[in-house]
Design a binder for this molecule. Structure first.
Ligand SMILES: NC(=O)C1=CN([C@@H]2O[C@H](COP(=O)(O)OP(=O)(O)OC[C@H]3O[C@@H](n4cnc5c(N)ncnc54)[C@H](OP(=O)(O)O)[C@@H]3O)[C@@H](O)[C@H]2O)C=CC1
Ligand SMILES: CC(=O)C(=O)O
Ligand SMILES: [Mg+2]
Length: 578
């Protein structure tokens, strides 16, 4: 990388792999790759390609004459054209493919588009469309994205990491593809998820793309349809388990620390719960790890619930919670809500947990089931007679807040929602399961069945609903509000571990971003259109907590953390080449 100093950072913040951020936007920078990219290679380098936006001077200086038609256009015009073209596609998957092609062709334009049109494009690069993309990943596969580490690479994982072109990595999102959204085991095709999550790290949280690394660990798949599918891109074998699985993960985690140091944030994503809890417990002591499905989801839902209190009155501890789904998301959220209640009321967490009930595929989790429960369900086995169905559990527990985290669509039936509305003036109903097909109910069902009284949010977006002459705007309860800002906060503070209080800090910052105007519309989350500002506040609160806990290694602590977070955020505006 020529004379580029790898350690150079923006005011000690996010590392600057291309040395661009030490220059102001008007200053000239060199389009470094391994060597100076020019001509045909420059046009095919997504980090530096600007397409028709190359100026006359740049076309001369970088051997581009003749390789481009004469027209010179602005980034704004390119953006306008791309949005026009994207809107022509009727099929969401076509939009997804067009966006992925753009990311591989012109990275800055991809991020400019995503940032400027976040509400329109989030459902394209993220849930729900990314779910369909993963299901059909083999079929639509064109450019490889991210790093694939399979059982074939056992013993060579460090070498594989070294094949990745970028050396200064700050955030890794890794999956083993076993629980992709609510779509089950998609094996190696789960790669769409780390790719999508990291696109949001950059667009929503401002972590620079060169510092992000998507990884899929392929230990096989138990998805019979994929094993038989000619177009499947992964290992054609059933999943490795037990020691073989643990050894591969151990080699991976060791290689990551060896190659990128101890301050790389590893986000576990969409692992099945039988591995997810164990991996988090095992590596949170030795590595900087974060499980988005357990911890990020908990933080976003707590924020939504705290915001909802402005609409439904009462303190957190005065509410009663019932979950459908007692896995990563369900128990993760339950634990963070119980922790916050415990802090607020100064009572032991064992007591506050009693305000929270969970239903799994066998019914209400009660003490008589305790012996046979997975370890993460045991704290929720309260004294109660057995209850088989969700409807009976709703009638018995009379929750004020109903949360769906089962991965199964249409489980909040009319009877369930009507029961919620029968004893709550404003029932809080969160249908978190993704993608849209797995949502516990639709926004329209929630508003119609409660006669417009529900406070509703869902994991995947729903359009506004008109009921009884009034427009209801559903919010999106998705960890995408949290992980980009949370990760930025971790990176800018140089945190060495993730502490639960940092999740509470992220949650608090998000809840504070809900405005009076949002509340008036019944919203418990702010709109995604403000997400960069929201992420900066989340990052600042998370970083402040890391400093307070003595977990931050970047010293001295910047005085104004919000301003500092904003100054560290990547912007996708084209740079001028000398
Ligand atoms: N909105 C957001 O930000 C997020 C949404 N999610 C979504 O949440 C869903 C669940 O994810 P996760 O918690 O990781 O998955 P898990 O597999 O860890 O947990 C699923 C839970 O649902 C239960 N369950 C499954 N089917 C039924 C049923 N028919 N009736 C009652 N309970 C049932 C399971 O029961 P049992 O234990 O008995 O098998 C299990 O407890 C997914 O759709 C995912 O997309 C996840 C993370 C973030
Ligand atoms: C949003 C998310 O992380 C999930 O559905 O798994
Ligand atoms: Mg997930």
């Amino acid at each position: 990388m020529g004379d580029v100093d790898h350690q150079a950072t923006v005011g000690g913040g996010v590392e600057d792999a291309y040395g661009e951020d030490r220059a102001t936007e008007e200053q000239l920078v060199t389009p470094w790759t391994i060597s100076v990219a020019s001509g045909y290679t420059l046009l095919r380098d997504p980090h530096h390609n600007k397409g028709l936006a190359f100026t006359e001077k740049e076309r001369d200086a970088h051997y581009l004459r003749g390789l481009l038609p004469p027209a010179i256009v602005t980034q704004e015009l390119q953006e306008k054209k791309l949005m026009h073209n994207l809107r022509q596609y009727q099929v969401p998957l076509q939009r997804y493919m067009a966006m992925m092609d753009l990311q591989e062709r012109n990275e800055r334009l991809f991020y400019k588009l995503l940032i400027d049109n976040v509400e329109e494009l989030l459902p394209v690069v993220y849930t729900p469309t990314v779910g369909e993309a993963c299901q059909k990943y083999g079929c639509i596969f064109r450019h490889p994205q991210g790093l694939y580490i399979s059982l074939k690479e056992k013993g060579k994982i460090l070498e594989v990491l070294k094949n990745w072109p970028q050396k200064s990595i700050q955030v890794i999102v890794v999956t083993d593809g076993e629980r992709i959204l609510g779509l089950g085991d998609l094996g190696c095709q789960g790669m769409g998820i780390p790719v999508g999550k990291l696109a949001l790290y950059t667009a929503l949280g401002g972590v620079r793309p060169s510092a992000c690394l998507p990884i899929t660990i392929d230990v096989g798949t138990n998805n019979e349809a994929l094993l038989k599918d000619d177009f499947y891109i992964g290992l054609r074998q059933r999943r490795a388990t037990g020691q073989e699985y643990a050894d591969l993960l151990q080699e991976f985690m060791t290689a990551v620390k060896q190659n990128y140091g101890e301050k790389v944030l590893v986000q576990f994503e969409d692992f099945a719960n039988h591995n997810a809890f164990e991996l988090l417990a095992k590596y949170r002591k030795t590595h900087l790890v974060f499980n988005d499905d357990i911890q990020g989801t908990a933080s976003v839902v707590l924020a939504g619930v705290v915001a909802a209190l402005k609409l439904v009155s009462g303190t957190l501890a005065e509410h009663t919670f019932l979950f459908l789904g007692a896995g990563e998301a369900g128990t993760g959220i339950a634990e963070l809500i119980a922790l916050e209640m415990s802090k607020q009321t100064k009572s032991p967490i064992e007591e506050t947990r009693k305000k929270i009930w969970l239903v799994d595929s066998k019914g209400l989790i009660v003490s008589s089931r305790k012996e046979s429960l997975q370890h993460f369900k045991k704290p929720w086995a309260h004294e109660h007679e057995p209850v088989k169905t969700l409807l009976d559990a709703v009638k018995a527990i009379k929750p004020t807040v109903l949360i769906g985290s089962s991965g199964v669509g249409q489980t909040f039936t009319k009877d369930v929602v009507e029961a919620m509305a029968s004893f709550n003036e404003k029932p809080v109903i969160l249908a978190l399961s993704n993608p849209t097909s797995q949502s516990e109910c639709t926004a329209e069902q929630a508003y119609t069945w409660t006669k417009g009284r529900a406070i509703f949010a869902s994991g995947s977006p729903f359009d506004p609903v008109e009921y009884d002459g009034k427009i209801f705007v559903p919010g999106q309860a998705n960890n995408a509000y949290i992980f980009p800002g949370f990760g930025l906060g971790v990176v800018i503070s140089g945190a060495i571990h993730v502490h639960d209080d940092m999740l509470l800090a992220a949650s608090e910052a998000l809840a504070q971003q809900v405005t009076a105007e949002n509340y008036e519309k019944g919203l418990i989350y702010p709109p995604f259109s403000n997400i960069r500002k929201i992420s900066a506040h989340i990052a600042a609160n998370v970083a402040a907590k890391a400093y307070e806990l003595g977990l931050a290694s970047r010293l001295p602590r910047p005085e104004n953390l919000v301003k500092y977070a904003e100054s560290c955020m990547y912007t996708p505006i084209y740079r001028n080449y000398r």
